[in-house]
Unconditional design. Structure first.
Length: 132
């Protein structure tokens, strides 16, 4: 069963495996185990890993420190996907090794955009009018 009945949310198993894969990838990148000049020069945060219901695919959301050179870092990660998949497969005891897909994490930009909207004078005026 991939989802909690009636909620549309991933199962505990999917969340647990995704978090385990996230920790493994973060550890590999932090230690500098990937012999790539671009990845060695950038600190990369693995913010989330979403597993497919059959656990064969993992979407990995990453963000370079301060968001600098995101496309270059994503290209380097995609170039080294085979090595990273092998390392994850060694450390996660599952029947199949998950295929990794790296995507830039846009949640920080979305959060900043929402924060800017909430702090805009028009919204602040409307919020203060509701309080009165």
């Amino acid at each position: 069963m991939a989802k909690q009945p009636g909620t549309g949310e991933p199962s505990v198993r999917l969340l647990r495996v995704g978090e385990q894969v996230r920790h493994i990838l973060a550890d590999i990148l932090q230690r500098g185990d990937v012999h790539d000049d671009v990845l060695a020069a950038h600190m990369v945060s693995v913010t989330e890993v979403r597993m497919s219901p059959d656990l064969r695919h993992a979407t990995v959301f990453v963000k370079p420190l301060l968001g600098k050179d995101e496309e270059v870092v994503l290209k380097a990660l995609r170039t080294n996907t085979a090595y990273l998949q092998r390392e994850v497969a060694k450390r996660v005891k599952m029947k199949f090794a998950a295929k990794l897909k790296f995507i830039g994490d846009e949640s920080f930009e979305e959060g900043s955009h929402i924060d800017a909207i909430l702090r805009s004078p028009n919204v602040a005026r409307d919020l203060s009018a509701d309080e009165e």
